[in-house]
Ligand binder design. Structure first.
Ligand code: 5GP
Ligand code: MN
Length: 341
């Protein structure tokens, strides 16, 4: 990528400026929130002013993260805006008109998606990084800043969640080395895992029950869905649907899974895709206008539930190549199972 900035040039940019707004993507997850807060702690340790902006709610299981109480939904004037994990300004969890009114002098993009785009004035995109949290860790080390306990908690939460609890293919020796250092900085791994994974509202667990009941399996693909009516029945929020997709991939013989959540607009679904790695679900998400990683991606899909699942399952089958040959995506939406090797 040509418009990329090195870690040392990025540090220089940060050192030359005083105030920053940090945001990440809509419907923020652990890496979005953890890396944004860690970057705020880092910039403050460098003597800067930094504000973390999310217009979307912080899911309750991330409310324990140090600094979360200072998150604001209002965009403010600053010397630079830093977007984490976004492929465009539109994907940022900010009010676009407030952003335009503030006329930020400079935009910086830090991302680790393969589908990352150089939309900002300066872009640091590392698809090899297991999480943006691990990039912020590298930035803190390069800055010579001591990683404090609050920063370490945020970085650990980011890395833990974006590696699927150290399960995804992105997990490397470097990931564990970082985790080790973060634990040496005082992180309590079991407390953070309990806060994130074992403090769900009852509505979320009940919704999971419905989603698991709705599971369907076709060869190496499993999928499930929840309708608005089902969400209302158990009092589930949109945030309660977070993480359901991870459960669908745990079936023996299943290589990739799709989870659809009905949106309030008619014939609109939000899609979460997960894969063991043989199927690159980021390609399937990109096909529908979304993005993500090989193991986890997402997008929006239009159509009735039957149409939407038909198209998604066909694309997942098409992307599966058991003999290791390059799979080709096909554009025959309702065909159940197409494999072009
Ligand atoms: P989830 O299924 O948890 O919502 O998303 C999984 C991954 O896909 C995350 O890394 C997330 O950033 C990415 N992702 C989800 N939806 C979209 C989307 O609409 N556009 C892009 N570019 N990435 C997405
Ligand atoms: Mn991430």
């Amino acid at each position: 990528m040509k418009n990329q900035i090195s870690i040392s040039a990025l540090l220089e940019l940060l050192r030359e400026r005083d105030s920053f707004v940090i945001s990440s993507h809509i419907r923020p997850d652990g890496d979005a929130i953890g890396s944004a807060l860690a970057l705020q702690h880092l910039l403050e340790a460098m003597g800067k002013r930094a504000t973390v902006v999310f217009v979307d709610p912080i899911p309750p299981n991330f409310e324990f993260l140090p600094g979360v109480e200072r998150v604001t939904s209002r965009f403010s004037k600053a010397d630079a805006t830093i977007f984490l994990e976004c492929d465009s300004i539109d994907r940022g969890s900010i009010d676009r008109s407030e952003f335009e009114a503030a006329r930020p002098a400079l935009t910086i993009n830090i991302d680790h998606h393969r589908s990352g785009r150089e939309f900002a004035d300066f872009n640091w995109i590392d698809p090899e990084a297991a999480a943006v949290g691990s990039m912020i860790f590298d930035l803190a080390v390069a800055a010579g800043v001591t990683i404090t306990r609050p920063m370490a908690d945020c970085l650990y939460a980011a890395i833990l969640t974006d590696t699927g609890s150290f399960n995804y293919a992105s997990t490397s020796a470097t990931t564990f080395a970082m985790a080790e250092q973060l634990l040496r900085c005082g992180v309590n791994a079991s407390r953070i895992a309990a806060a994130i994974y074992a403090s769900n509202p009852a509505s979320k667990v009940r919704l999971l029950g419905i989603a698991l009941t709705n599971i369907q399996i076709d060869g190496v693909i499993s999928w499930s869905y929840v309708t608005l009516e089902e969400m209302a029945r158990v009092g589930a929020s949109v945030e309660d649907c977070e993480g359901v997709a991870n459960h669908l991939i745990g079936i023996s013989g299943v290589e990739a899974a799709a989870f659809l959540r009905e949106e309030s607009e008619p014939d609109q679904f939000r899609l979460s895709l997960r894969s063991r790695g043989t199927i690159d679900v980021s390609i399937v998400a990109e096909h529908f206008g979304g993005g993500g990683h090989r193991n986890a991606s997402g997008c929006s899909v239009e159509g009735s539930l039957a149409e939407a699942t038909g198209r998604i399952v066909a694309q997942l089958h098409a992307a599966y190549s058991p003999i290791g040959a390059e799979a080709v995506l096909v554009d025959t939406p309702t065909q159940p199972s197409i494999l072009i090797a």
